[in-house]
Design a protein. Structure first.
Length: 361
């Protein structure tokens, strides 16, 4: 078997995960949940090359209209987060698996695929993953760094790595009577509303607004992996901040967070993250991955997270062009600039407005 595409209900998907280290982003439930808001289709590529097997979680979408794509043409992207291709067997075979993946994509009328690495699982140096052939190509792009809190140590040692102002703020909140709890799901409705208000206040992009079904799927379909951390006001009657975290084995991932603007001066979100760190450490986790800034930039979000740790991990993406002839034709039709770094270029947010609107579907 060179490679096949399978759906979330195929038992081979979960069967593969049972034999390899993986993250929540590789679970079929997560991919299906992430695909739903944009109308995409959850799939996974399952391949085998020279005794090594690989699995790549993906969201499949039709090519934007108006570009003259062949009938039935699609493209693929990793779900939001860190769904790096997994390899069972020799990890050095990943490059060969990706070439088989490109061949399978071309047969499926899939033009290209955008893949994200997982800083906790991927090799820090993505050697031998790039190629440039007549029919297909692959290019690695270093995006930046993410931040991780190393756990499995005395909590005071971990606390000592917090920025001084953060330690002071957390201690102040605790003295004032603010309390944090983990997995108190009676706070769920309040958290969902706080998150929505936070995104509106920040003027976040539409992709960061989720409807109730997304949160319900996070809670129900990923039961056991999803954890809710909330901070209560000093009177104990109101949720003032909260965050959703994923746990897979001994690894914890920071997912979504929000805070009540009426309490912003007290920075309760700092207590959310500190409480998550303390809980993760107490329950035997090896690390809490905070992620990076928006678009892997060292922005305000990155600087906020850096107040908890300065341990960094490299993050990169991989653009796989499965059908170069069709891809180049779509890029020309879109009017994308020749030096466009967005992949795929025909979905770039920098396109002329009429084309960008069509690309948005």
């Amino acid at each position: 078997m060179a490679g096949v595409f399978i759906g979330p209900e195929d038992p081979r998907w979960k069967g593969f995960l049972e034999g390899v280290r993986h993250d929540v982003y590789h679970r079929p439930e997560y991919v299906r949940m992430d695909a739903a808001p944009g109308g995409g289709k959850a799939v996974a590529f399952l391949g085998e090359v020279d005794g090594a097997r690989c699995l790549i979680p993906l969201i499949e979408s039709p090519i934007p209209p108006g570009l003259g794509a062949p009938e039935g043409a699609t493209d693929l992207a990793s779900p939001y987060g860190y769904g790096h291709p997994l390899v069972e067997g020799d990890p050095g075979k990943l490059g060969a698996c990706l070439r088989a993946f490109a061949d399978a994509c071309r047969e499926r009328k899939t033009v290209c695929a955008f893949l994200r690495s997982n800083p906790l699982l991927a090799p820090p140096t993505p050697d031998d993953l790039e190629w440039d052939a007549p029919a297909s190509a692959a290019r690695v792009v270093t995006r930046g760094e993410t931040l991780v809190v190393q756990l499995g140590r005395p909590i005071e040692e971990i606390r000592g790595e917090l920025r001084k102002e953060y330690r002071r703020r957390v201690a102040q909140l605790e003295r004032m009577g603010y309390e944090s709890v983990v997995d108190e799901w009676s706070h769920y409705d309040q958290f969902v509303e706080i998150y929505r208000q936070t995104m509106e206040r920040l003027g976040a992009k539409s992709c960061y607004f989720f409807d109730r079904s997304y949160f319900d799927a996070t809670r129900n379909d990923l039961r056991g992996q999803t954890h809710l951390v909330t901070v209560m006001s000093s009177h104990g009657s109101r949720v003032v901040a909260g965050g959703l975290f994923f746990r897979e084995a001994d690894r914890v991932q920071y997912h979504l967070a929000g805070w009540d603007p009426a309490y912003a001066e007290y920075s309760p979100s700092k207590l959310v993250l500190w409480s998550a760190i303390r809980w993760a450490n107490d329950t035997g986790a090896s690390c809490l991955h905070l992620g990076g800034g928006l678009g892997a930039r060292e922005d305000e979000l990155f600087r906020f997270k850096r107040g908890f740790t300065d341990r960094r991990l490299p993050f990169y993406t991989l653009g796989v062009t499965a059908d170069r002839a069709v891809y180049d034709r779509l890029v020309r039709a879109s009017g994308a600039a020749s030096d466009e770094t967005y992949f795929p270029a025909y979905r770039s947010p920098h396109l002329p407005q009429p084309v960008a609107a069509a690309a948005a579907g």
